[in-house]
Design a protein. Structure first.
Length: 219
C-alpha cells in the first residue's frame, strides 16, 4: 500500500474547517462546563440535603454513562422535545456542555475542599457573606489549585469532540471521514487526523506541565 501525501494537501482547507469546529466546540463546552460545574460543586457542598442529592445525582448520572450514548440521546431527543431540527453540530454544543459540567464539577469541588477551614473563618471574620466569601476568598484559591487539572480535562474534551462524528457532525474526524470516502484515501486522511490530534494534545500537555511546575513553585 502506497502512502500518498498528495491526497492530503487538496483537502487541507476542509480539514481545517473541521478542526475549527472541534476547537469551537471545546471552547464553548469548557466555558459553559466550568460555569455550570462551579454551581454544581457549590450545590454538592451545600448543607441543604435536597440540593446536595440533586447535584450528586446529576454528576453521578453523566459520569456513569458513555459520552457517545449521551450524544445520541440529545441528537434524537432535542428535536422531539423542541419540535425543531437543530442538527448534529448544534446539538453537540448542548451535549458537551451538559456532559462536561459533571467532570468540571468534581475538579472544582476538590479545589474548594483543598482550601483550609482557616480561610473560610477569616472571610467570615471580615464580615463577608457566604456568597462573598466564596467569590473573593475561596473560589480564587480553589481555581488556582486546580488549573492544571482543568486544563487536562480540556485536552480530554478536545479529543472527545471526535465522537460527534457518529451523528454526522463535521468536526476534524468527520471532515477527514468525508474526504476519505470521497477520494478513497482512508489511510492518508486518518493518519493526518491522528497527527493533528497528537501535535495539539502533546503541545497543550507540555504547557500544562510547565504551568503546574510554576504553580508548585509559587506554593
Amino acid at each position: 500500500m502506497n502512502f500518498d501525501m498528495g491526497a492530503i494537501t487538496p483537502s487541507l482547507g476542509f480539514l481545517m474547517q473541521g478542526l475549527r469546529y472541534s476547537v469551537q466546540l471545546t471552547l464553548v463546552a469548557t466555558a459553559v462546563g466550568i460555569g455550570f460545574g462551579t454551581l454544581l460543586a457549590l450545590a454538592r457542598l451545600s448543607p441543604l440535603r435536597w440540593l446536595n442529592l440533586a447535584a450528586a445525582g446529576y454528576v453521578n448520572l453523566f459520569r456513569s454513562v458513555p459520552l457517545v450514548l449521551v450524544i445520541f440521546w440529545f441528537y434524537l431527543l432535542v428535536p422531539l422535545l423542541m419540535g425543531v431540527q437543530v442538527g448534529a453540530e448544534r446539538s453537540a454544543y448542548l451535549t458537551f456542555a451538559i456532559f462536561e459540567s459533571a467532570y468540571f464539577c468534581e475538579i472544582i469541588r476538590a479545589g474548594i475542599q483543598s482550601i483550609g477551614r482557616g480561610q473560610v473563618s477569616a472571610g467570615l471574620a471580615m464580615g463577608f457573606t457566604y456568597g462573598q466569601n466564596m467569590r473573593y476568598v475561596i473560589l480564587p484559591q480553589a481555581f488556582r489549585n486546580v488549573v492544571p487539572l482543568l486544563l487536562m480535562q480540556v485536552i480530554i474534551l478536545f479529543q472527545d469532540t471526535s465522537l460527534v462524528y457518529v451523528v454526522g457532525a463535521t468536526d476534524l474526524l468527520g471532515a477527514a471521514s468525508k474526504v476519505a470516502n470521497r477520494d478513497n484515501s482512508l489511510v492518508e486522511m486518518y493518519v493526518a487526523v491522528a497527527v493533528i490530534y497528537f501535535v495539539i494534545s502533546f503541545v497543550l500537555s507540555r504547557l500544562v506541565k510547565r504551568l503546574h511546575s510554576r504553580i508548585a513553585i509559587v506554593r
